[in-house]
Design a protein around this ligand. Structure first.
Ligand SMILES: Nc1nc2c(ncn2[C@@H]2O[C@H](COP(=O)(O)OP(=O)(O)OP(=O)(O)O)[C@@H](O)[C@H]2O)c(=O)[nH]1
Ligand SMILES: [Mg+2]
Length: 302
């Protein structure tokens, strides 16, 4: 399956909510018909794009349609795709991994898909020819390290793990030492799920971050927050707190396949100003897609 088809399939629930309405709206387009904007507004808010963000997008569309003197459906469609793509194109969506080693720290609340995302990333980066080392920084449950080991085996990469209950920062320390000794290209750090309002756990994250910065002061560090697309607007509040503790560089939006609320992408990029770097569209190893703003907008309307 091609990239675009896969994106469309991953968004099928969101599409079933949005695409028909948007297409009707486009079909009803005349320069005088202002009602079409209301229809778009409604469907975007329903898909969790957020009121403020939606209003801004509608205003932009309105302005552009006038400024360009759009006539006909094709022009409106093209303009809408551009406006939607622009809205979610905030900064570089690619991973910055230009030092050896580089680090990807993966954080987020419980059950959002952190470990699964790491497993998918490990396979993807290994296939790209990178030497990957996984760090089992979730020491809260023994099963967490087991789960990560399964993914490491699948990707054919190394893993560093300690006993259940040990200090996550110590696992990170050892992983970095191992990465240096073995000349690994990328260390991917798993962390235990934590609620953003548990201050001691947020401090623990801060400590992990300090170990990375101390042991690898020059390294490229991606700090990715995994957000479950099905949790909607609540994810935005989580992300704000995580940014303070860990310094996020991007978002991975998982479980888009399981929700009609894919409009959350617009809210995240607009409200947080952080790029979405990957989207998760299923549980399998190939179900992680690099985010592409234009492709996403096109898939929504196609
Ligand atoms: N449908 C779907 N399921 C996903 C996706 N990503 C993860 N999952 C599922 O979500 C569940 C939780 O995934 P984990 O990777 O264990 O989540 P986690 O954030 O590591 O969880 P904790 O370590 O307990 O905080 C698993 O059943 C995954 O298969 C996705 O993109 N789509
Ligand atoms: Mg996990």
């Amino acid at each position: 399956m091609g990239f675009f088809e896969k994106m469309k399939q991953g968004l099928s629930r969101t599409r079933s909510q949005m695409t028909a309405t948007i297409n009707t709206m486009i079909a009803d387009f005349t320069e005088e018909n202002e009602e079409i904007y209301d229809e778009l507004e409604e469907v975007m808010i329903l898909s969790d794009a957020g009121v403020e963000t939606t209003e801004r997008i509608i205003q932009n569309l309105h302005d552009e349609v006038r400024a360009r003197g759009c006539r006909g459906q094709a022009q409106l469609r093209g303009t809408l795709i551009e406006i939607l793509a622009d809205a979610i194109d905030v900064g570089d969506s690619s991973l910055r991994l230009d030092t050896v080693p580089s680090v990807i720290l993966v954080v987020g609340v419980n059950g959002v898909g952190k470990t699964t995302t790491i497993g998918k990333l490990a396979s993807w980066l290994t296939a790209e020819g990178k030497k990957v080392l996984l760090c089992a920084g979730d020491t809260f449950r023994a099963a967490a390290a087991e789960q990560l080991t399964v993914w490491a085996d699948r990707a054919g990469c190394d893993i560093v793990r300690h006993e259940e209950g040990s200090d996550p920062a110590a696992v990170v320390f050892d992983s970095i030492a191992a990465a240096k000794a073995r000349h690994a290209d990328v260390v991917i750090v798993d962390t235990a799920g934590r609620l953003h309002n548990k201050q001691n756990l947020m401090n623990e994250l801060n400590k992990i971050r300090r170990v990375i910065d101390r042991e690898l002061p020059e390294a490229s560090v991606e700090c990715l927050m995994v957000l479950d697309a099905t949790t909607g607007q609540n994810g935005l509040i989580q992300a704000k707190v995580f940014t303070e503790s860990a310094g996020l560089t991007g978002i991975v939006l998982t479980k888009l396949d399981g929700t009609a609320k894919g409009g959350i992408v617009f809210a995240i990029t607009d409200q947080l100003g952080l790029p979405v770097k990957f989207i998760g569209v299923g549980e399998g190893v190939d179900d992680l897609m690099p985010f592409d703003a234009r492709g996403f907008a096109e898939a929504l309307l196609a």
